[in-house]
Design a protein around this ligand. Structure first.
Ligand code: PNS
Length: 160
């Protein structure tokens, strides 16, 4: 059984994330979406909301699980018997940060390999940050996030 983790903030889940998780699910027997609980950051969505959005998007996919984590990602991976970390690479601008994280994670635990995957080109410019900005300024993100995420974003805006 080959298990991978797909870590991130997922604030919120975008169709770019969905694309990468699906690609990862095609390579591994099980993929665990690992949502970082970061007390230093103030996310738009609570941890529970971020977990629900991933659950909703992958409700039909038994090989995709979702968990939250604090502390080192490699320790989370080890606890879940994962052999790999799946990360998406959108553009060259992502590379430096991802390269540093991959090598740091390898130094911390060489048994966990990092695997980079490219999303479909149509999602290559999407980020959670831009999606939030567009919705909060009254724009549409239809087709860039799952419909349930879009609804939740509009609810957040309506509630201020
Ligand atoms: O979606 P993000 O915010 O780019 O995801 C970043 C994430 C969660 C992958 C990264 O911050 C992380 O792995 N944090 C856990 C702490 C850790 O293990 N740090 C040392 C390795 S770089």
């Amino acid at each position: 059984m080959r298990i991978a983790v797909c870590p991130g903030s997922f604030d919120p889940l975008t169709n770019g994330h969905v694309d990468i998780i699906r690609r990862g699910a095609g390579l591994f027997d099980r993929i665990i979406v690992a949502i970082l609980v970061n007390e230093q950051k103030t996310p738009l969505f609570t941890t529970a909301e971020r977990v629900e959005m991933v659950r909703e998007a992958f409700a039909a996919d038994v090989s995709v699980g979702v968990e939250t984590f604090e502390g080192l990602l490699v320790d989370f991976a080890e606890r879940h018997d994962a052999c790999a970390i799946v990360r998406g690479l959108r553009a060259v601008s992502d590379f430096e940060y991802e390269f540093q994280m991959a090598l740091m994670n390898r130094r911390l635990n060489a048994r966990v390999e990092t695997v980079f995957m490219m999303p479909a080109a149509e999602y290559s410019y999407i980020s959670s940050r831009l999606v939030k900005e567009v919705v909060m300024l009254g724009g549409s993100v239809a087709g860039l996030v799952p419909p349930a995420v879009e609804r939740r974003l509009h609810d957040k805006r309506a509630r201020g």
